[in-house]
Design a protein around this ligand. Structure first.
Ligand code: ZN
Length: 466
């Protein structure tokens, strides 16, 4: 056996994780006792307090809650009625940040929602309700087309409302936020694949389908919390590795895979590192984010509140849903200089894991990425293609879908990597300038999404009540 001192710690960490059920015990409490932990629920507050108590029990330092003020949303009643050519009520849910609605209009079928078609068919869309599926690669478009892009493009084309159709059968409607920490300008609802397909068939057969959407949702000011704890470094404590996952799920779900499998993997990494990692030169800080699901609000607030820390963050490892993904690897957000380091560690750790490079805007790494901090996330690398969320964002994202072995794998990989970064005195990445971040996003791959985001921002600013 090797005398590498890191491997000695690895053995202790792994021995502990693989002989403990702590991660599944925590997941059970988060899901079965606190429910969705959606922003504004009692379970959210209970979860934040529970995570604080656990961090203290694990021996972390500087454990505290950081409050975040934001525009919250409460689900009310909703009704979707087909008025023409048949009369029928269809089961649906509203999407978080949807405004209250009392709307009658014809439906325009945008099918999977290829981004270019919204502008091309703007005349047809204007004044109607867009129906589009949750397919993330419509018509072979390579980049991930997010719900918020389909909603934004519908709105900018003059749509009066938005129907999001789950593209998986038998999962019911898929939820997801539509406002950017504010009430969305047009109503958004979601229906099951089967109901969406029925409406599409009616349009094909009869040419026009008129519907009515009535809902009583409400936006209001709320407070959430980021949960923070750390293992302070002894040499240069201001330098730190950050590891995090959000803990809020969607209100229709337990959010067991997304995000809680990642939340408890972070907690498990914290528990074992606190016991076995000894005195580290640099700090490892663990942060569990509030209200990611309705717009990355907790992590965005953290980055804004701690500008002085950003130069010193060696790496932010995002663990959203990490205890649910197969073929776990590290997806770096275009940090070529870090790839050899992770590959070398994979050898040293005798653990085969993939390292990939990509950029996306849809989890808590993004606010850090945008200010230049080296970032990446635990995700599926080198396995079979992944075409969406599966159970995620549906009411079926429940505890029974998660396995202890998967939680253990996530916790151990995160802990071993954080340990190495926190001891690496020649860490090859440092913060990017704002210009470099801009240049990175100005590649052909990301240009379309960036252009869309700035167009949407300008559009929202131009609306009368913003
Ligand atoms: Zn998530």
């Amino acid at each position: 056996m090797s005398d590498n001192p890191l491997l000695k710690i690895d053995r202790l960490i792994m021995g502990d994780v693989y002989t403990s059920t702590e991660s599944m015990d925590n997941l059970t409490i988060l899901c079965d006792d606190f429910g969705s932990r959606f922003g504004g629920t009692e379970g959210e507050r209970q979860a934040a307090e529970f995570l604080v108590e656990k961090m203290k029990a694990y021996g972390l330092s500087n454990v505290h809650l950081e409050p975040v003020d934001y525009v919250g949303w409460r689900r009310g009643q909703v009704k979707l009625e087909i008025l023409e050519p048949v009369q029928k009520e269809i089961a649906c849910i509203t999407l978080p940040h949807s405004p209250p609605a009392n709307l009658e209009a014809y439906v325009v079928d945008m099918d999977d929602g290829a981004p270019n078609e919204f502008d091309e068919r703007a005349e047809e869309i204007s004044g109607k309700i867009v129906l589009t599926t949750s397919e993330v690669n419509p018509k072979g478009v390579k980049r991930w087309i997010h719900r918020s892009e389909k909603y934004g493009r519908s709105m900018m084309a003059g749509a009066a409302g938005f129907i999001f159709v789950n593209h998986y059968p038998a999962y019911g409607p898929a939820t997801g936020g539509i406002g950017d920490n504010a009430e969305g300008p047009i109503p958004g609802i979601s229906v099951a694949m089967e109901d969406g397909a029925y409406i599409q068939r009616l349009i094909k057969r009869f040419g026009a389908v008129k519907i009515r959407i009535t809902s009583s949702d409400a936006c209001q000011p709320m407070v959430s919390w980021n949960v923070v704890g750390e293992l302070p470094g002894v040499k240069q404590p201001e330098k730190m590795v950050l590891m995090g996952s959000h803990y809020d799920g969607h209100d229709i779900s337990q959010g067991a895979e997304d995000p809680a499998s990642g939340t408890v993997a972070v907690m498990e990494a914290a528990r074992v590192l606190a016991q076995y990692a000894g005195e580290l030169p640099y700090t490892i800080r663990f942060v569990l984010w509030g209200i990611e699901e309705i717009g990355l609000i907790g992590s965005t607030a953290y980055v804004a509140a701690h500008p002085e820390e950003m130069d010193h963050v060696l790496f932010y490892l995002n663990m959203d849903s990490a205890g649910a993904v197969a073929n776990k690897g590290i997806v770096l957000n275009e940090w070529a200089e870090l790839e050899p380091r992770f590959k070398q560690w994979s050898q040293e750790m005798a653990l085969k894991f993939g390292v990939a490079q990509s950029v996306n805007a849809h989890s808590d790494h993004y606010p850090f990425l945008m200010v230049g901090v080296p970032t990446g996330g635990m995700g599926s690398v080198g396995g079979k293609g992944f075409s969406g969320r599966g159970y995620g964002h549906t009411r079926y994202d429940t505890l029974d879908k998660v396995t202890l072995v998967n939680l253990r794998e996530a916790a151990v990989l995160a802990a071993r990597l954080a340990l190495r970064i926190a001891k690496d005195e020649n860490w090859p990445a440092s913060r990017r300038s704002v210009e470099t971040v801009k240049e990175l996003l100005d590649s052909p791959e990301y240009r379309e999404e960036v252009a869309f985001n700035s167009r949407l921002e300008a559009y929202l600013k131009g609306l009368p009540n913003s």
